[in-house]
Design a protein around this ligand. Structure first.
Ligand SMILES: Nc1nc2c(ncn2[C@@H]2O[C@H](COP(=O)(O)OP(=O)(O)OP(=O)(O)O)[C@@H](O)[C@H]2O)c(=O)[nH]1
Ligand SMILES: [Mg+2]
Length: 414
């Protein structure tokens, strides 16, 4: 996946623990992110302090230790588990003599090397440029950083040599293109709904096994590897349930702790697909001690995206790695599976089937003229077979989705 595999970059990870988050778990994740970016995490240093040092993020004593460590083990990269200002990066690089990247640059770099779809590429380039723009000021020479390696890859590379104005124009153009792609995607998902397609989306932390599960259930052949952010672009495949119905199974981008805010939007737009699904599978790696926390993060993100009303099924994957069932976190109605061995998959399919909504209902309605909002809803989410003006309102024969039936109940005639 990476051009320069022969000479892996050797990195020292630096955790500046300013409190307010689980620094140890975050560092463990930084380790995996580093590996996924194709570098070798060689060691880690942690410093607890109330806030970042303005000049070098860590204190001056620690900075000296870092420099000594880098020289002693001939490392070529420092990875800070936070966001660094341009000044900090400049100072750290000058003092240590090696390149410094922060968590955001690292994640952006992984994204840049993984994005396949047009939207994925647009989103990554936009996030990279937005991150870079405020960091360009008077650093003309530093653009020579773009020689290769982590923090330097990406679709934007060639463009970065031009001036800020050019970058701003590019940002505007990317934003407009992304808007178009998003509109198009919403249209498709609306059409699927209208056509009565039931969609089932998988969400969860990166590396939980979503793509492996997709492959096990549908034979999709989606890449699934032991690396973070293996999947960036949502894929959809037909899935046949034991009862005979066919639903659409959607694989989504994995979540990560402390997501750089530049990427939140990119995530959101891909997760929106999940948000619109009829049923959501919240997949986690049951062998990880973090599993319950991961399930919670995904769940609260889903409710932020407005899917509180949809069935969310917790799925505990990788149960084959836990010899003693007692060690699996107890989560109410969770389904236990192993995407690898196939254990529990029938149970999962059955659970999906049990959660299928009633199909859309065909009704006759007399809708007062004042309810034009509801009429628009019916046209948008259902379909109108015939309509007629009467003096008491619209007389409609329509197929309506079940979630509209409540609001419409008092107008239904038959
Ligand atoms: N032992 C075991 N390993 C599994 C199981 N399911 C997935 N894996 C492994 O976990 C790793 C990650 O699997 P993926 O399917 O790529 O995970 P993902 O959730 O799609 O990850 P992202 O695309 O990064 O979000 C791979 O090495 C899989 O082989 C399982 O049930 N048991
Ligand atoms: Mg995946």
């Amino acid at each position: 996946m990476h051009e320069n595999k022969e000479k892996l970059e050797r990195a020292l990870l630096v955790e500046v623990d300013t409190g307010g988050y689980d620094a140890q778990a975050s560092l463990a994740e930084l380790y995996e992110l580093t590996r996924s970016a194709g570098a070798q995490p060689f060691g880690a240093m942690t410093q607890k302090r109330p806030s970042q040092d303005a000049a070098t993020c860590v204190g001056s004593g620690m900075m000296r230790q870092i420099t000594e460590f880098v020289q002693k083990y001939e490392l070529n990269l420092l990875i800070f588990d936070c966001e660094l200002t341009p000044t900090q990066i400049r100072n750290i690089e000058r003092e240590s003599g090696v390149r410094a990247v922060d968590r955001t640059m690292l994640i952006l770099d992984i994204f840049a090397s993984r994005a396949q779809s047009r939207e994925g590429k647009l989103q990554v380039e936009l996030a990279q440029l937005k991150y870079l723009l405020p960091r360009l000021g008077g650093r003309g020479s530093e653009l020579s950083r773009l020689g290769g390696g982590i923090g330097t890859r990406g679709p934007g590379e060639s463009k970065l040599e031009t001036d800020r104005r050019h970058i701003r124009r590019r940002i505007d153009s990317l934003t407009a293109q992304i808007h178009d792609v998003e509109m198009h995607r919403r249209q498709i998902s609306r059409r699927r709904k209208k056509d009565g397609f039931v969609t089932v989306a998988m969400v969860g932390y990166t590396n939980a096994g979503k793509s492996t599960l997709m492959n096990a259930l549908t034979g999709a052949g989606v890449p699934a590897e032991d690396m973070l952010f293996c999947t960036l672009d949502p894929t959809a495949r037909a899935l046949r349930l034991p009862g005979g119905e066919t639903v659409l199974l959607i694989d989504t981008v994995g979540l990560v702790r402390r997501l750089p805010h530049h990427l939140v939007r990119a995530f959101r737009s891909t997760l929106e697909q999940a948000a619109e699904a009829d049923i959501i599978l919240n997949v986690c790696d049951a062998s990880s001690p973090e599993a319950p926390a991961h399930l919670d993060v995904a769940k609260s993100l889903l409710s932020e995206l407005g899917c509180g009303d949809r069935p969310v099924i917790p799925v505990l994957n990788k149960c084959d790695l836990i010899p003693d069932l007692g060690e699996i976190p107890m989560i109410g109605h969770a389904v236990r599976i192993s995407a690898k061995t196939g254990e529990g998959l029938n149970q999962l399919l059955q659970t999906i089937e049990d959660n299928l909504e009633a199909p859309s209902m065909r009704v006759r309605l007399l809708l007062p003229f004042t309810e034009s909002g509801l009429e628009a809803e019916i046209r948008k989410n259902g379909s109108v077979e015939s309509e007629e003006y009467t003096e008491n309102g619209f007389m409609l024969t329509a197929n309506i989705p079940p979630d509209l039936s409540g609001a419409l109940s008092k107008y239904i005639i038959e």
